[in-house]
Design a protein around this ligand. Structure first.
Ligand SMILES: Cc1cc2nc3c(=O)[nH]c(=O)nc-3n(C[C@H](O)[C@H](O)[C@H](O)COP(=O)(O)O)c2cc1C
Ligand SMILES: [Fe+2]
Ligand SMILES: [Fe+2]
Length: 401
């Protein structure tokens, strides 16, 4: 199946309804995904990106139905990651001399992964490829969005930006365009994608978008490599990226905790009560880290102005779910968020100290030294937890929301 997108531009990618995890188990895909590849048929025929290896056979068969492979003049690879290049080896076995247009870093990533000496043509920002019929592709390097090799290209005449991973979302749908899908589902997936993949590159996102906007391109469509094509108000996702890249926060406090015998959970709930007593507006969420999906947890941290983290003391440390969550939080480099720690203990009670250290090294501003309760909280200690919550709500109030 291929779909006409506009004039002589076709979607020749595949929808993956079954995938539950991406990049091994790094990213959960509750709503599946798609690998969007595009074919432009002007005087010259260009294939932009391919698909994951799991769809290699169906992709090539489908492509052959649309075009004689020998008639493909150029292949553009916007990004070397295997979800877009998994079908390349097979495809190139039919058309081994076809030039592959990509960045210098993409030559490295392709050679490193596939060990092939293909006919690479290195392109830089501003380079163009004439397709005839007054259609031109212009390349824009997008280093570290999200790999060193990433780039986008713009088709003048049709005013389409092929942005690859940027502006995408892991979302399987029978629809092609953004205005045809459930908006709530769509934006949950967009935010999760930004939070989990692009947060570390906030500054680069802002700079690159400003650079693209300063080119004054007319953009009728943004064709991403995952999920829907943005055609209705296509730059809405660009504006959202600018907002998200500016150390995004909502009026939300998220409590992340784990527990063995429920004492830390009871603390978490009492703290939540305190937060809500002090601030009727703030959205409070409690997430048991061993029970929740780690990428969904990151979406909530992304939206939060502040987090509270709780763990009992276990062998002088914290439960492993806290340790792995912090590994992820630290790698995403969240900024301008406040935090505090809490936890129950039986004798030595190190968990809060350990959590404080983890919060600090992850870039959070500690608003206090944290709260420890020995064994299960009694009524008085529960009141201390509520009061701790009230104080935390006070010291994290946002002035401008
Ligand atoms: C396997 C295990 C190891 C523990 N190690 C420590 C420890 O090193 N230091 C300490 O203060 N308490 C330790 N404790 C006691 C717990 O911190 C205490 O039972 C606490 O109330 C549990 O909180 P929870 O109900 O939220 O799991 C340990 C408990 C267990 C089950
Ligand atoms: Fe990628
Ligand atoms: Fe991708």
């Amino acid at each position: 199946m291929y779909f006409n997108i506009k004039n002589n531009v076709y979607h020749v990618g595949n929808v993956d309804w079954e995938i539950e995890h991406y990049q091994g188990f790094k990213y959960s895909t509750h709503k599946g995904s798609s690998y969007n590849a595009y074919l432009i048929q002007e005087e010259k025929n260009v294939l932009i990106d391919t698909v994951s290896e799991s769809f290699c056979d169906v992709f090539i068969k489908n492509l052959k139905n649309k075009i004689d492979l020998q008639k493909i003049d150029y292949i553009v690879i916007n990004h070397g990651e295997k979800d877009h290049t998994g079908a390349l080896v097979e495809l190139m076995s039919y058309i081994p001399d076809t030039p592959i247009y990509c960045t210098k870093n993409c030559v490295k990533s392709l050679k490193g992964q596939f060990h092939q000496e293909w006919n690479f043509v290195v392109v830089k920002s501003g380079d163009t490829l004439d397709l005839g019929n007054n259609k031109t592709l212009t390349f824009v390097e997008m280093p570290m969005l999200h790999w060193p090799d990433s780039m986008a290209c713009y088709l003048s005449g049709d005013n389409i930006l092929f942005s690859n991973d940027a502006f995408g979302q892991h979302y399987a749908t029978s629809a092609l365009f953004n205005d045809e899908v459930d908006q709530c589902e769509l934006f949950i997936e967009c935010l999760k994608y930004y939070a989990n993949i692009l947060t570390p590159y906030n500054k680069l996102v802002t700079r690159k978008i400003e650079e693209i906007l300063s080119m004054n391109l007319e953009i009728d469509m943004i064709c991403t490599s995952h999920g829907v094509i943005w055609r209705d108000n296509p730059t809405q996702i660009v504006e959202l990226y600018l907002k998200w890249a500016a150390n995004y926060k909502e009026n939300q406090i998220t409590i992340l905790y784990d527990t063995m015998w429920d004492a830390t959970r009871v603390m978490a709930e009492a703290i939540a009560k305190g937060l809500m007593q002090e601030d009727k507006e703030v959205k409070v969420k409690l997430l048991h880290l061993s029970k929740k999906d780690k990428n969904d947890v990151m979406s909530e941290v992304f939206k939060s102005k502040a987090i509270l983290v709780g763990s009992p003391t276990v062998n002088k440390g914290v439960l492993t779910s806290l340790a792995s969550t912090f590994e992820l939080i630290k790698s995403l480099g969240f900024k301008e968020k406040k935090a505090a720690a809490f936890g129950s203990y039986g004798w030595s009670g190190e968990s809060v100290k350990v959590l404080n250290e983890k919060l600090k090294e992850s870039g959070f501003e500690l608003v206090n030294e944290g709260l420890r309760v020995e064994w299960t909280p009694d009524l008085q200690e529960l009141e201390s937890c509520e009061s701790f919550g009230r104080e935390f709500a006070k010291s994290t109030k946002l002035k401008d929301i």
